[in-house]
Design a binder for this molecule. Structure first.
Ligand code: NAG
Ligand code: NAG
Ligand code: NAG
Length: 269
């Protein structure tokens, strides 16, 4: 690979991302507004009743999980029309590099930006050590599980991170309803708005053709798409909230990650 080849490919890639983002703004933000003006309501997110009028507890392992992965869900479910309250329990201070005290404060700031005040940060390195190789015990986690609806990672924990997976296992072992965040494949994870656009178009087609079959098959799966203002809020929570973490690859995450603009939830039980 010559440098000019790499340069050409990078340029092509950035061009695709920019075009896709423009289409995405149209689909999520402009089109619904225009149709509303024409009295044609078009709802992008259909939230099942289990995720409204309730108290939801988000379990995360490290400060910044809330915004790196769960922001679209938090922003949607906190809309006043759903009448939810959301609290967050974070099981470590993210002390792998000795920055735990700063990262805890950053988590509080980030959640404030997202509109959440109820935060519990568990600082117990004997039980919950921030580590890429440690599973935490379900019984230790269960003590902190309190609300009727538990929102957390799924069995693959986004990146197979054992800390994330421990939270899912504990939630399953609890007596609560459990909603997990689906781990996407590599290409979907890093598809920015490209796969999102495709899914939104499908959803709109389904909406207008009232195709029951598609509608039927997704009973346990809830797709959440954010619009432009919500993604701006996510970027603010991440970049202003988690200042100590904003190295180059986090900016890269904001640009290419699909988790910044959408989430897929699975109602597990
Ligand atoms: C809002 O949710 C709470 C539970 O968190 C419930 O007790 C209350 O009745 C709900 N209010 C409305 C107007 O549905
Ligand atoms: C929808 O699902 C129900 C069971 O959950 C099934 O009985 C029904 O046939 C399905 N309808 C369609 C159109 O697939
Ligand atoms: C599925 O379709 C039915 C009838 O078309 C509609 O009443 C219902 O709200 C739809 N459910 C979801 C989750 O979209």
């Amino acid at each position: 690979m010559t440098p000019s080849f790499v340069k050409r490919k990078t340029k092509q890639f950035l061009k695709i991302l920019v075009h896709s983002s423009i289409i995405w703004v149209f689909l999520t933000t402009i089109l619904p507004q225009v149709l509303l003006k024409l009295s044609i309501p078009l709802q992008l997110n259909v939230i099942p009743s289990i995720l409204s009028n309730t108290e939801i507890q988000l379990l995360i392992a490290h400060p910044d999980d809330e915004v790196m992965f769960f922001a679209p869900t938090l922003i949607e479910l906190l809309k006043p029309k759903y009448n939810n309250t959301i609290s967050v329990t974070c099981f470590s201070t993210g002390n792998a590099e000795g920055l735990g005290h700063i990262r805890s404060r950053e988590l509080i700031t980030s959640l404030k930006i997202l509109g959440i005040d109820d935060v519990e940060i568990v600082d117990d390195e004997t039980k919950f050590k921030d580590s890429m190789s440690l599973e935490w015990k379900s019984n230790d986690i269960l003590e902190y599980i309190k609300k009727p609806i538990i929102l957390t990672f799924d069995k693959d924990g986004i990146s197979l991170h054992p800390n994330h997976i421990s939270l899912f296992k504990a939630a399953l072992a609890s007596s609560k309803r459990v909603v997990s965040l689906k781990t996407w494949s590599f290409w979907e994870k890093y598809s920015s708005t490209i796969i999102t656009n495709y899914r939104i178009v499908l959803k709109y087609v389904q909406h207008f053709t009232n195709d029951n079959e598609i509608n039927n098959s997704s009973d346990k799966s809830v797709s959440i798409f954010n619009d432009l203002p919500s993604v701006i809020l996510t970027i603010a929570a991440m970049s202003f909230g988690h200042q100590s973490q904003m190295v180059w690859f986090r900016w890269g995450w904001l640009v290419v990650s699909r988790y910044v603009n959408s989430n897929e939830l699975i109602i597990v039980k």
